[in-house]
Design a binder for this molecule. Sequence first.
Ligand SMILES: Nc1ncnc2c1ncn2[C@@H]1O[C@H](COP(=O)(O)OP(=O)(O)O)[C@@H](O)[C@H]1O
Ligand SMILES: [Mg+2]
Length: 274
Amino acid sequence: MLDGVKSDETLLEVNNIEVIYNHVILVLKGVSLTVRQGGITALLGGNGAGKTTTLKAISNLLHSERGEVTKGSIVYKGERVQDLDPAALVKKGVIQVMEGRHCFEHLTVEENLLTGAYTRRDGKAAVAADLEMVYDYFPRLKERRKSQAGYTSGGEQQMVAIGRALMSRPETILLDEPSMGLAPQLVEQIFEIVKAVNEGEGVSFLLAEQNTNVALRYAHQGYILENGRVVMEGTAQELRENPDVKEFYLGVSDEGRKSFRDVRSYRRRKRWLA
Ligand SMILES: Nc1ncnc2c1ncn2[C@@H]1O[C@H](COP(=O)(O)OP(=O)(O)O)[C@@H](O)[C@H]1O
Ligand SMILES: [Mg+2]
């Protein structure tokens, strides 16, 4: 297959959802996307575009934010899931790694990882084997396993957050802004691990990112959100080569590299919205 994903099977389908906060603030205005089995799907867009809201809508985490899906449907493997609680969705194989890599600061790295196995009922040996699996992907975490998580670096905490999600043996991980606040080299390292987990464990990813450049190098498919709407979608290669994406999101155009200020002041003709 052209984009390198082995399967055509759709795992997750978001159909035309609308999300409203506090009964009045309309944030998602009809978002549709699909996540294919075995793929990495990028959900791109600037700050405030609606990426986190979309991920929270999928895993039913909006209630605590006074948010609500008021239209559309969310379907996982053919089953409507938007009325399930987050724990029930984890049992179905979907887990979210929240923005800001929350970990339990007073627990050690290893204890944090083990909290990810709490829904499992397949015994200690299986959990221990998976801990080793996580350490194979994150050798750094093995070195740091006895350290208190609160004293590890931002990159290590992001690794803990992803590793903890892996301990639930997920089929799909919703990963929110893994690059946030990390130095470029660490961002690359995190994405390399995401790729390795995708290929090695067959875990599918829906990955929200502002860092279009790095996300489109690792993803198979992508969607670009602006102001609560999908304004463009395609294979990662199509998006990387699209002139508007180059100009507005990658900071490069045929006339040469654009400065951030040029892009910000946007001659925002938005050919794709016209
Ligand atoms: N709990 C909330 N109540 C009201 N508005 C919110 C809430 N959370 C997010 N928003 C608004 O929804 C929009 C999308 O936010 P978000 O989904 O966090 O975007 P992104 O993750 O792409 O940065 C923003 O305008 C933000 O201010
Ligand atoms: Mg966000």
